[in-house]
Design a protein around this ligand. Structure first.
Ligand code: ATP
Ligand code: MG
Length: 171
């Protein structure tokens, strides 16, 4: 087998859920999966589900909403540094067949993670490890390196009609 680098990006809904769908598929084949979440801090349906699945880990390592005005706070930068360290540790353990860096693209564009640091980590990826990167605005060098890139395009979203986030659908 060949480990693939996959990217789900774009402004439409479905990036994280596509990654989780792939994770479920892999897990079904007995693969061990680890999802490290950047920025996100909240308990979600997928975290509750993963607790009941042996070999399917989701680790939320963010500090929640960052905003996009001005420099993000130090606590966010520090959290992202720890999350990247966690990915490195999981990768080095050799225990996983799929590792997902959820919202890493957002962490990059917010300046929480340096592009070079992520590129270095991706170059160290073992040949037989699948990896998925999610989040809006994946930079060109990541798209270049990836084996698979899908861009979710926003056609319609209930938020635009003033309909709020729905349990089980949005979180
Ligand atoms: P999901 O986790 O549902 O797969 P996503 O990973 O593609 O969504 P994110 O940018 O991570 O999207 O944002 C997560 C939250 O933002 C979700 O609650 C989602 O419904 C919402 N969202 C995603 N796309 C849009 C959009 N185009 N307009 C408004 N809200 C959106
Ligand atoms: Mg997402």
């Amino acid at each position: 087998m060949k480990g693939l680098l996959m990217v789900f990006t774009g402004d439409g809904k479905g990036k994280t859920t596509a990654a989780l769908g792939t994770a479920l598929r892999a897990w079904g084949h007995g693969m061990r999966v680890c999802v490290v979440q950047f920025i996100k801090a909240r308990e979600t349906g997928e975290i509750k589900a993963a607790r009941r699945l042996d070999g399917f880990e989701i680790i939320p390592m963010g500090r929640g909403f960052v905003g996009n005005r001005g420099r993000p706070g130090r606590e966010h930068v520090e959290a992202a540094r720890k999350a990247l360290e966690k990915v490195r540790e999981k990768m080095a353990s050799g225990q996983y067949q799929l590792i997902i860096l959820d919202e890493i693209n957002n962490a990059l564009s917010l300046g929480l993670v340096r592009g070079e640091e992520l590129m270095d980590l991706l170059r160290e990826r073992p040949d037989d490890l699948h990896m998925i990167l999610t989040g809006r605005g994946a930079p060109p060098e990541i798209l270049e390196m990836a084996d698979l890139v899908t861009e979710m395009r926003d056609v319609k979203h209930p938020y635009q009609e003033g309909i709020g986030a729905q349990e089980g659908i949005d979180y």
